[in-house]
Design a protein around this ligand. Structure first.
Ligand code: 1HN
Length: 359
């Protein structure tokens, strides 16, 4: 290793040099290298938990006070990571919001470059219409709205419904890559089928239609239904009971939502998974490059983020910044929806995971 060169002693010439840099919109590297290239990620985003018990009543109040329609487009309340200076970003790359749609309300169609999904923690009765295909939204379902697909939502019932929206808005913002366009002022198809056309064509286990060959950038499955997710997780735990290797850690069942045309992630920028822990089970501590967001779907437990243990319950949302040590512990059976920016990091060869206890 070479000896460290000390920074120059303060002197008026040097002050003038730095002032001239600033005036010319330049900055010297040697005063900043440590901030620009820390030995390991030092995220500005912080670990944080938002409680469903506060989020939902606030969304309901917005429902009473704020109309939904053209202009504002969506009654969505974004989670603003306390480390990100008030930006409506749950992490540097991801957006997470609670969206609330009252009885008989319609959120008008539009499309944008940003990829989006909805995850439903409770309720039903809203259809999201994606490129003209009405997709029912029910508890436990994951619904996709890939970039540049027209989409609008309509509530057919006499009760409100709320759900989680996840998008890659911050990433698209930093890269100045976003385009946006209005669609029709309502929804193009207000019918209410149980099953979307996309699912009828694509959502049969292990079977892909011979029409539409070739890999697709986005999963063509508009809705991943709870009955399938639940059955897959239950089967892993049953197989474990029967002595077959089926779980990643003891008592920890996990699935990733995938694009059936590639076997890869559902959309180019967002990974989505579902995790189930038996009571008393825990995951191994780990650090990941990139950011994770969790929503408790059912049950309760503890999320360890760095040195802090957060008790979490149904609906709570959890932000895990890059490289923060994290692990989960279940009190009751714990069901957790998870999403991340892992496809971006992996595609760019920046992904790293570290499990301090080995294994
Ligand atoms: C959007 O289009 C939706 O379609 C949700 O439901 C949240 C946040 C920012 C910009 C567009 C939706 C959004 C959004």
């Amino acid at each position: 290793m070479t000896a460290t060169e000390p920074l120059p002693e303060p002197d008026p010439e040097l002050d003038r040099l730095y002032a001239d840099f600033a005036a010319g919109h330049m900055t010297p590297l040697w005063t900043q290298i440590g901030d620009l290239m820390p030995a390991a990620p030092t995220p500005r985003a912080v670990s944080h938990v938002w409680r469903w018990s506060s989020l939902f009543p606030l969304a309901a109040r917005a429902g009473d006070l704020v109309p939904v329609g053209r202009g504002g487009e969506r009654r969505a309340i974004a989670l603003a990571n306390p480390g990100l200076g008030g930006a409506p970003h749950v992490t540097p790359t991801l957006w997470a919001a609670v969206q609330y749609l009252g009885p008989k309300e319609v959120a008008p169609e539009h499309r944008h470059s940003q990829n989006a999904f909805r995850f439903v923690v409770e309720g039903e009765g809203v259809w999201t219409v994606v490129n003209g295909d009405p997709v029912a939204m029910r508890r436990g379902d994951l619904l996709l709205t890939p970039g540049w697909h027209f989409h609008g939502h309509h509530n057919e019932t006499d009760h409100p419904m709320a759900w989680l929206d996840g998008l890659d808005i911050p990433f698209v913002h930093y890269t100045d890559a976003g385009f946006f366009e209005f669609g029709c002022d309502g929804v193009t198809d207000d019918s209410t089928p149980d099953v979307s056309r996309a699912e009828r064509l694509w959502a049969h286990p292990g079977l892909r239609p011979l029409v539409g060959q070739g890999p697709k950038v986005n999963s063509p499955i508009a809705a991943y239904r709870w009955e399938h997710t639940d059955a897959a997780l239950a089967a892993q735990l049953q197989l474990e009971d029967e002595g077959y290797p089926a779980t990643t850690d003891p008592g920890h069942a996990a699935v990733r939502f995938t694009n059936p045309t590639t076997g890869g992630d559902i959309m180019p920028t967002i990974r989505a998974e579902f995790h189930r822990l038996r009571p008393g089970a825990h995951t191994r501590p780990r650090h990941d490059v990139g950011s994770n967001v969790f929503q408790v779907f059912e049950g309760s437990g503890t999320v360890h983020l760095g040195d802090v243990a957060w008790s979490v319950a149904k609906g709570d949302l959890i932000a895990v910044p890059s490289w923060v040590r994290w692990w989960l512990e279940a009190d009751e059976p714990l069901d957790l929806f998870a999403f991340s920016d892992a496809p971006i990091l992996e595609r760019l060869h920046l992904a790293r995971t570290h499990t301090p206890e080995g294994a």
